[in-house]
Design a protein around this ligand. Structure first.
Ligand code: FMN
Length: 236
């Protein structure tokens, strides 16, 4: 990112960053062109600028493409069909009402964009399974963290992941972050030769999104700043 200069006035930088941040979406249908390894390395190199508590940089990423990605996807689909993973427990039960309402709204918009009826459990399961083939993206990433660290360090990993997505989007590359991989740590650890101290936090699909796919055209709404921020001490 350039510094503000006469060539790059601050307003132009802000407009550019804002446009990239706002245009990032979770993309779940991709076009075939592969991504060069050098491009993915550039994205990860940018993302390595993410902050972390005491600069410990606890992120680790496994990047797969081509046959390595396909073999991993096949193993995950097989494990999923065999019921090998514990049921996902990404959210507490009961989920507080404010979050449950947003989750239901997400599901309604998501499945409508795919033409999947609310009560069609088979079609929903098939779509969930598409997570494991990285929604057809040419590159898949698996993010891990050292299990000896405390939850605080997961903040670092999340910040890193957002930097990956923004650095990708700035280059016209789309992504989808996916917690769906987490229950399949045993499959991932064996295939990716992870050391025992690592645990899978989430995965990510990466590639050039298909702008024609309806699933990519759905926009997930956001609460207003006034709904989540409180300001104090500012002049009226
Ligand atoms: C930590 C995390 C985990 C997610 N896991 C999944 C997932 O497993 N599968 C999926 O399709 N989307 C997943 N998403 C994408 C969210 O559904 C998406 O970010 C949200 O609906 C907002 O939409 P947007 O990213 O298009 O703005 C995940 C997002 C985050 C941040």
């Amino acid at each position: 990112m350039p510094q503000a200069t006469t060539e790059w006035p601050q307003a132009a930088i802000a407009e550019c960053v804002s446009a990239v941040v706002r245009s990032r979406r979770s993309v779940r249908a991709f076009r075939p062109p592969p991504l060069r390894r050098q491009l993915v390395e550039e994205i990860l190199d940018d993302a390595a600028s993410a902050p972390s508590g005491a600069n410990i940089q606890p992120w680790r990423v496994y990047v797969v493409s081509g046959a390595a990605k396909d073999e991993l996807a096949d193993a995950l689909v097989a494990a999923s069909r065999a019921g090998r993973a514990p049921p996902p427990a990404h959210f507490p039960e009961p989920l507080p009402d404010v979050y449950r309402a947003r989750m239901i709204d997400f599901g309604t918009r998501y499945y409508a964009s795919l033409g999947i009826a609310r009560d069609d459990a088979t079609a929903r399961a098939r779509q969930t399974e598409r997570n494991f083939s990285f929604f057809g993206a040419p590159v898949g990433l698996i993010f891990t963290i050292d299990r000896r660290l405390k939850p605080h360090s997961w903040i670092d990993l999340g910040l890193f992941a957002q930097c990956v997505m923004i650095a990708a989007k700035a280059r016209g590359v789309d992504t989808c972050p996916q917690v769906s991989f987490a229950p399949f740590h045993d499959v991932l650890a064996a295939r990716l030769h992870m050391p025992p101290e690592e645990m899978t936090a989430f995965g990510m699909s990466m590639g050039y999104g298909d702008p024609e796919a309806r699933v990519n055209r759905t926009r997930m709404p956001r609460a207003l700043v006034a709904d989540f921020a409180q300001f104090q001490g500012f002049p009226a």
